[in-house]
Design a protein around this ligand. Structure first.
Ligand SMILES: *Cc1c(COP(=O)(O)O)cnc(C)c1O
Length: 361
C-alpha cells in the first residue's frame, strides 16, 4: 500500500473535478508513466487483466485453436473459452514451469491461430524459441504477462515480446491498481480498436463504430497505480532480500526445488515458488502446506488444480496430455513474499518447512 495521506491528497482532486472515470487525467498520467516504465509505447489500460486478455483476443481476431499452458491461473484458459476458442495445452518445462517450446510444433493444426504463453511467477518464457515457431507457421504470439510486470531481459522489457502482452494490476500482484490491467501491442494501429473494444465501440458523441464492451480503468485505480509505480523499484529490491534469504535456507535441501535464477534477466520477485518432491524430501506438498497453516503461515497451492482439471472443463481435455504440468501442480507451493517480510520471518517459515523433512503425513 502507498502512504494513505498521499492517496487521499490525490483523491481530493477527483472530488474537485468530479471526473471519476472515462479516461480522466489520472488515467492518462498512468498510461504515459507505464508506457515509459515498460519501455513500450502502445499501452491501453483496463479495469482488470482478464478483460485486457479478452480484448486482445477480439482485436487480433483469434479463432479456432490457441496453443497455451495449463499451468496458469483460470483467466488464461477462461478468456480463450469465453471467446469461443479451443485451448490446446502444451506441457511445461520441468525446471521453470513455462511453456516447453519443444512441445508446441506437434500441436499446430490448420485451425491454430496463436500461441499464448504465460511468464509464470515472473519467469520469462523462452520468447526466442516461441517466436521462431510462430514465425515459421504464421501464428500470433500473445503473452499472458500478468506476473511479469517490470521484468527485463538485457534491458528489454517484458512488454515488448510477441505481438502483444497482457498485464494484471490486481491487488495481489507485484504492482497493482486495486483492480486493473493493461494491454501492450507492438502495432500502433491496434490501439484504436482496443480502445473501442473497451468502451462500447464509441468513437465520438454521435458515433459507435464497434460492438465493444466496457473495461475502462477508473481514476481511483489510476491514482493507486501512480503511487505504487513510484514505489515499485523499492518494493522489488526489498522482495529481492527476502528471496535471497529463502534461497540461502532452501537451496540444496534434497527434494526441494527452486526455480533457477534467469541469467541476464532483471527479476521482479513476484512470487516464491517451491516444489516438494515427496520421494526425496520424505514429505509431500500437502503436509508442508498444512504444517505452515498450523503455524499461521499462508502459503498457496498456486497453481493447483491444473486448469485442465477444473470441474467446469470435465471431459473436455485429455488430462494425461501434460504430465509435467500435472506433476508440478501437485508439488508446488508459493511461499509468503512481500516487501515487509523480514529475514526473521523468512527464517521462521523455513524452520517450519525444514522441520517437515521426513515427517509422515
Ligand atoms: C491475475 C492473473 C490474470 C488475471 O488478471 P486479473 O487482473 O485478476 O483479471 C491472468 N493470468 C494470470 C497468470 C494471472 O495471475
Amino acid at each position: 500500500m502507498p502512504r494513505f495521506e498521499d492517496y487521499v491528497e490525490q483523491v481530493r482532486e477527483l472530488w474537485d473535478s468530479r471526473w471519476l472515470t472515462n479516461r480522466g487525467p489520472k488515467h492518462e498520467e498512468l498510461r504515459r508513466a507505464l508506457a515509459e516504465k515498460l519501455d513500450s509505447p502502445h499501452a491501453v489500460l483496463y479495469a482488470n487483466g482478464h478483460l485486457a486478455l479478452e480484448s486482445l483476443i477480439d482485436v487480433f481476431e483469434l479463432s479456432g485453436e490457441v496453443i497455451t499452458t495449463p499451468f496458469t491461473f483460470a483467466s488464461t484458459t477462461h478468456a480463450l473459452v469465453r471467446k469461443g476458442i479451443t485451448p490446446v495445452f502444451a506441457d511445461i518445462l520441468h525446471d521453470d514451469y513455462t511453456l516447453d517450446p519443444a512441445q508446441i510444433e506437434a500441436l499446430i493444426t490448420p485451425k491454430t491461430s496463436a500461441i499464448m504463453p504465460v511468464h509464470v511467477y515472473g519467469t520469462l518464457a523462452d520468447v526466442d524459441a516461441i517466436q521462431a515457431i510462430a514465425d515459421r507457421h504464421g501464428l500470433r504470439v500473445i503473452y499472458d504477462a500478468a506476473h511479469a510486470f517490470g521484468v527485463t531481459r538485457a534491458g528489454t522489457s517484458s512488454a515488448s515480446f510477441g505481438d502483444a502482452s497482457m498485464f494484471s494490476f490486481h491487488a495481489t500482484k507485484v504492482f497493482h491498481t486495486i483492480e486493473g490491467g493493461a494491454a501492450f501491442v507492438k502495432d500502433e494501429r491496434l490501439v484504436r480498436p482496443l480502445l473501442e473494444d473497451q468502451n462500447f465501440g464509441i468513437t465520438g458523441p454521435e458515433s459507435v463504430h464497434a460492438v465493444g464492451g466496457n473495461a475502462k480503468m477508473n481514476e481511483f485505480s489510476a491514482i493507486m497505480g501512480l503511487l505504487n509505480l513510484r514505489d515499485f523499484d523499492d518494493e522489488v529490491a526489498r522482495r529481492a532480500e527476502a528471496v535471497t534469504k529463502y534461497r540461502e535456507r532452501l537451496t540444496g535441501v534434497p527434494g526441494i526445488y527452486l526455480v533457477p535464477e534467469q541469467t541476464g534477466i532483471a527479476a521482479n520477485h513476484a512470487y516464491m515458488p517451491v516444489r516438494f518432491v515427496a520421494d526425496e524430501f520424505g514429505t509431500d506438498r500437502d503436509t508442508v502446506f498444512a504444517a505452515l497453516a498450523a503455524d499461521g503461515i499462508h502459503a498457496r497451492k498456486y497453481f493447483y488444480p491444473l486448469v485442465s482439471d477444473f470441474e467446469c472443463y470435465e471431459g473436455r481435455f485429455d488430462r494425461a496430455a501434460t504430465p509435467v504440468a500435472r506433476e508440478v501442480a501437485t508439488q508446488v507451493l508459493t511461499l509468503p513474499l512481500y516487501a515487509d517480510l523480514d529475514a526473521d520471518q523468512v527464517d521462521r517459515i523455513c524452520d517450519v518447512i525444514l522441520a517437515c523433512e521426513r515427517r509422515a503425513p
